[in-house]
Design a protein around this ligand. Structure first.
Ligand SMILES: Nc1ncnc2c1ncn2[C@@H]1O[C@H](COP(=O)(O)OP(=O)(O)OP(=O)(O)O)[C@@H](O)[C@H]1O
Length: 257
């Protein structure tokens, strides 16, 4: 269980969502979602497959437009931004994809250098090298700097994916299923890394998962999407201390199977 985190600033909402609705054709995925993410907080979004968790973070990062509702990220209303403003905001919101999204034909160093060359044009090669070493050291994988992604384990690829997201110093991290496909020990290492990133890089984060061990280890607070809305929220125990059969089933299947 995660310890109390004194660094959360409840005066500052880095993400604020009200009445968010999203449908695809006549299939309503999000039916009026409210959500706050506070500065310094790790918020876990739980929910079964297909409940709209990925749709939610795609809307937060401006990859999808909402049908209705307010989505404010770092004070900016995402669907009202110009393409240029959205690009600027996206640099502050690091998206750690489920499949790590590394370029297979590039070494680890080149994968990390790529976003710097693209977005931090004033950096010298020496500056880039220093930052690459810093993030690789932070994720514990400095020794892989000249390796190809195909030579890395799934857990190592996840770490490099996280390093690549961190390299642009985001204020918010969005983790989509960070432990999917990993064995329990490697999953625990990724959970520790998520907590380490929160402390060391002062990030706020949304972590999407249906792995309850992950939820319990990284979440300062959690919310559960059920039928298009957040119907449970609070600490791990507050969310699961309920007679709601849908929630009980979610819990039992995580730990029994
Ligand atoms: N671009 C799209 N066009 C049409 N339907 C979509 C699109 N994106 C998502 N959906 C639908 O919205 C629903 C929610 O999808 P989403 O990917 O958010 O689920 P999820 O909760 O993240 O699931 P999982 O845990 O399996 O990743 C699904 O039924 C999906 O088919």
């Amino acid at each position: 269980m995660k310890n109390f985190n004194p660094k959360i600033n409840r005066e500052n909402k880095v993400i604020e969502i009200r009445g968010l609705k999203k449908a695809f054709d006549d299939f309503e995925v999000l039916k009026g979602v409210d959500l706050d993410l506070y500065e310094g907080e790790n918020l876990v979004v739980l929910g079964r497959s297909g409940t709209g968790k990925s749709v939610l973070i795609k809307i937060i990062s401006g990859l999808l437009n909402p049908d209705e509702g307010l989505v404010r990220v770092l004070g900016k209303q995402v669907d009202k931004l110009s393409a240029r403003e959205l690009d600027e905001l996206r640099l502050k919101v690091g998206f750690s994809f489920q499949n790590s999204a590394l370029y297979d034909s590039m070494t680890v160093r080149e994968n990390l250098e790529f976003p710097l060359i693209r977005h931090s044009k004033s950096m010298t090669a020496g500056d880039r090298d220093r930052v690459i070493h810093f993030v690789l050291e932070a994720v514990g994988l400095l020794q892989t700097i000249n390796q190809m992604p195909s030579e890395l384990s799934g857990g190592q690829r996840k770490r490099i994916g996280i390093a690549r997201t961190l390299i642009l110093k985001p204020e918010i991290m969005l983790y989509d299923e960070p432990t999917a496909g990993l064995d329990p020990i490697t999953s625990m290492e990724i959970n520790s890394l998520i907590n380490e990133v929160q402390k060391r890089f002062n990030t706020s984060a949304i972590i999407i998962t249906h792995d309850l061990t992950c939820a319990r280890s990284v979440g300062d607070r959690m919310v559960m999407l059920l039928e298009g809305q957040f119907q449970r929220q609070g600490t791990f125990d507050e969310v699961f201390n309920t007679e709601d059969e849908r929630v009980k089933m979610f819990y039992d299947y995580n730990f029994v199977h």
